[in-house]
Design a protein around this ligand. Structure first.
Ligand code: GRF
Length: 223
């Protein structure tokens, strides 16, 4: 089902916000049919918030410490997000585990970008872990978010080779522009109404994906 209006997108960040910037830039260039309605963070000092302000996007900084419990923080955060009426929530470097209760109403409308070839290496230190395992390739995944950390249904991945002499830093640096392409490609598919999560399966143009889409080495469209 194609969409007739821009997809309303809220983005959650905890730090640098380079994936957010990729969304801002693609939208500004007229390459992505979205409206960025809110950028929210659990860190007042997150650079991503400054990027959003510079782009004229509404921001929200909520400090977990000022809430009595983790669940209270999550409930407040998601109430504020809901007030901005997004169609899609994007977790782009958001470093907190979210309560299943706040996620449930957003099932199929919240995605995360994670720097590994899931199901390998959910959680932290993905670059270190890929190197320690002697993997020949590494990558990034976009998945729908469920209560299971980095465990929801996979939409798409991008792969890069691991080079001899790579360090966690060189690997992360080389992967980053590919992550940006992957996120743009995924948000574009969702914005065009081509992807949905239904009955636990990811569907593209109405047909269940047998495996995550794979982004080619160049460009922002799937082969
Ligand atoms: C990215 O590697 C993303 O995959 C991970 O956290 C990092 C965020 O980077 N979830 P940035 O804040 O978008 O620059």
């Amino acid at each position: 089902m194609s969409r007739s209006r821009p997809l309303r997108v809220a983005v959650l960040v905890s730090g640098r916000g380079s994936n957010l910037q990729a969304l801002i830039d693609a939208r500004a260039a007229g390459q992505l049919p979205i409206e960025l309605v809110l950028v929210a963070s659990d860190k007042v000092a997150a650079h991503g918030l400054r990027r959003a302000e510079a782009a004229g996007i509404a921001t929200l900084a909520l400090t977990p410490r000022s809430h009595p419990t983790r669940a209270a923080f999550d409930a407040e955060l998601f109430a504020r997000i809901a007030a901005s009426t997004p169609d899609l929530i994007v977790l782009a470097g958001f470093m907190r585990i979210l309560d299943g209760a706040v996620l449930a109403p957003w099932h199929g409308r919240i995605i995360n970008i994670h720097p590994s070839l899931l199901p390998r290496y959910p959680g932290l230190h993905t670059h270190e872990r890929a190197l320690a395992a002697g993997d020949a390739e590494h990558g990034s995944s976009v998945h729908f978010v469920t209560a299971e950390l980095d465990g929801g249904p996979l939409l798409a991945q991008v792969r890069i080779p691991i080079h001899a002499g790579d360090t966690p830093e060189t690997l992360a640096q080389r992967l980053l522009p590919h992550e940006h392409r992957l996120l743009l490609a995924c948000v574009d598919l969702i914005a065009r109404g081509r992807v949905e999560l239904a009955a636990g399966e990811v569907r593209l143009d109405g047909a269940a994906l047998p495996a995550p889409l794979q982004l080619p080495a160049h460009g922002t469209t799937f082969a």
